[in-house]
Design a protein around this ligand. Structure first.
Ligand code: A3P
Length: 284
């Protein structure tokens, strides 16, 4: 199927009329530009997620880990004054994809830390062909769905009213989402993590919530900056987890009343941050 404005080919499961104008006019063309032009570097670290699976948390942890020697003081840390989405940008949402390594900038210092919601099949070829590292985070689909639904309601204008739960559920199950069906997304990265464990680390939000310290150490090791014995004895793991926790981040002024350059209020990225909230909204 081709959209008249953009000439984009759409997968069969997507009905053209279900795509928003913003998606047709902005998101999909930007993704195509990124696929064509983005040049990966072997030192790049990608953080890939489905929307509402804990991206904000993973961005905070990734940023804190990679920059822990540069910003050892949790009180004067960039995460205290910046929302994690301002520090780690999305590959496919940047209008200009230049990500030049720049050690003076928090967002583009080398190694570059870059987020993406793209499914594996849609990553730029240069990413697939490089030796970069990719950490994937997914979440149990029921909590993921509830979070998507709640987020969609928060960002709608008052005049638009609330999205009916049944309709949003039907779309989620059919994969009517700019980043593809849930299972295709998760399984695409799962398969890569089995075939190339050096390049892909597959994580689950639910496991991270249960044993955050184990998974923080796994991420550090995987991206090539394992915690030293000296750091372990100084309690760096707990310091990073505290700084990046839901309670700390959601109570910072920047995340209570800030705005991102995308226009989103920063508080929309923090709701409950729990496992099993689906039980409050869905029948088994
Ligand atoms: P809920 O809506 O279930 O509360 P994303 O960051 O991908 O947009 O996902 C948002 C979800 O992650 C929301 O889940 C949000 O509350 C939760 N979240 C945000 N920051 C978090 C953190 N530091 N730790 C754990 N969960 C967090």
């Amino acid at each position: 199927m081709e959209t008249p404005q953009t000439g984009l080919s759409l997968p069969k499961y997507l009905q053209e009329e279900e795509l928003t104008e913003e998606c047709k006019d902005k998101t999909l063309p930007t993704i195509l530009t990124c696929q064509k032009n983005f040049q990966a570097q072997d030192s790049d670290i990608f953080l890939a997620t489905t929307p509402k699976s804990g991206t904000t948390w993973l961005k905070a942890i990734g940023f804190a880990l990679v920059n822990r020697r540069k910003y050892p003081d949790p009180i004067n840390h960039p995460l205290v004054t910046n929302n994690p989405h301002a520090l780690v940008r999305y590959l496919e949402l940047e209008p200009r994809i230049d990500y030049q390594a720049d050690n003076t900038s928090t967002t583009t210092a080398s190694p570059r830390l870059i987020a993406t919601h793209l499914p594996f099949v849609s990553l730029p070829e240069s990413v697939k062909n490089s030796a970069c590292k990719l950490v994937y985070l997914c979440r149990n689909p029921k909590d993921n769905f509830v979070s998507v639904w709640q987020f969609a309601n928060k960002v709608r204008t008052k005049e638009m009213g609330t999205n009916p739960l049944e309709e949003t559920f039907d779309k989620f199950c059919r994969g009517v989402n700019v980043y593809e069906p849930f299972w295709d997304h998760a399984l695409g990265y799962w398969k890569e993590s089995l075939e190339n464990p050096q390049g892909f680390l597959f994580l689950k939000y639910d496991d991270m919530k249960e044993h955050p310290e184990i998974h923080l150490r796994r991420i550090a090791e995987f991206i090539g900056c394992p915690l030293s014995l000296e750091e372990e004895s100084r309690g760096v793991v707990d310091d990073i987890l505290n700084l990046c926790s839901f309670d700390t981040l959601s109570n910072l002024e920047v995340n209570k009343s800030g705005k991102l350059s995308s226009g989103h209020d920063t508080n929309v990225f923090f709701r409950r941050g729990e496992v099993g909230d689906w039980k409050n909204h869905l029948t088994p």
